[in-house]
Design a protein around this ligand. Sequence first.
Ligand code: SF4
Length: 452
Amino acid sequence: MMNDNWQGILHQSLTTVDDLVARFGEENIDREAVERAIEKFNLRITPAALAQIKEVGDPFWRQYVPTGEENEVHDGMIDSLDEDADSPVPNLTHRYPDRVLFLVSPVCATYCRFCTRRRKVGDPEKIPLNQFEKAFEYLRQHTEVRDVIMSGGDPFMLSDRRIEFFLSTLRAIPHLEILRIHSRMPSHLPQRITKELCDVIRKYHPVYVNVHFNHPSELTEDAVRALGMLADAGIPLGSQTVLLKGVNDDPAVMKELMQKLVKARVRPYYIYQADVVAGAEHFRTRFEKGIEIIRALRGWTSGLAVPHFVIDAPGGGGKIPILPEYLQSVTENEVILRNYAGDVYHYPLPREPEPALMVCSNGNGNVAHEDQPEMFRGDLVLISGKGKGKGEGKGRTAVHGNGNGKVHGNGNGKLNGNRKAHGNGNGRTNGNGRIAPLELELPFPEEAAGQK
Ligand code: SF4
């Protein structure tokens, strides 16, 4: 059974350098360096996160224990994603057309040393808890927003009452279709996922929860049980993972993580290239590592277990997906593809339809078909003549001949000389007679209409 006293368990967390020394020994903790590091970014490691650390330097130690490397700032940025520049009111970032990021909590159960938002997280002054009305008002006025992502900090650090306040206030805004909550609690403090919390969330569906797991060993029995409770409450679960040096920069580790997430009813959503964050540069890998990981997943395991690998572009460019080169090239007739095993395949492109009607004229007269306009409507029409010719039709129309010709109508072309046509959506000719459809460069009627 889950222990409902999650606040009590949170209080058992390790929060000071002395705690670290007591747990890991003087020889493994550089007191002075760690003191400096935690001045800039809080320290807290919950019992569940601490239990994951099996030895100094392992993937969990690297994620949670501060080191002197955090003080070696080279080219990291304070706000690498430029979130503050896209913040119209406090606590809100509105970057994409129809969705916003809403920072509702300043604190986390465990502070991850690689955190992109470490400039703010842990500091209630930077994620103020008393200015939400401006954010709600902005959302009420901006009817283009249909998706709100609640994050922080960790929203599940709030009380159930507070969470219900946010969900009910947002749900009362009619154009908000989707509410999302981002949380690392199932990994760091699984006891927080209580029946009462699930009952609050389920009242405001659709609410999605996106969890954050970086290593397969984080899917402990308690974590899986917490995820199961959320899933049983009808909450669709997705996950995000940050690609981190010395933590999960290994295709086998990532594959196991993704498979375990799917088994726990979580759909892997993103693997992020680590952001350029001041104090977290030692976590960054080459981006080719991410491609290697996706290549090791796609085709080799269930598609459900393959997330998008993205770089969140510095300066506010948003998430940009990075893919191995499955698409090799595209020609007029086919697409050349490489499959997961590296084999090359050709996919033929659809051909233009055969002409439905052909009209020919020899001589100088007009070729006009006003009396039979239905013959032309919607069809591919070819008019050819050896002299001056004129054709009218509605449909995809081509003309050619050895003299001058003119075509009117939707999708028309104009012939000004031998074997050449100009005009809106013009076509090429092959001489007298029938024109092979693939050699035409004619617009569809709606394209021609759009050109007017
Ligand atoms: S739980 Fe999320 S917001 Fe909190 S420190 Fe970790 S990465 Fe940052």
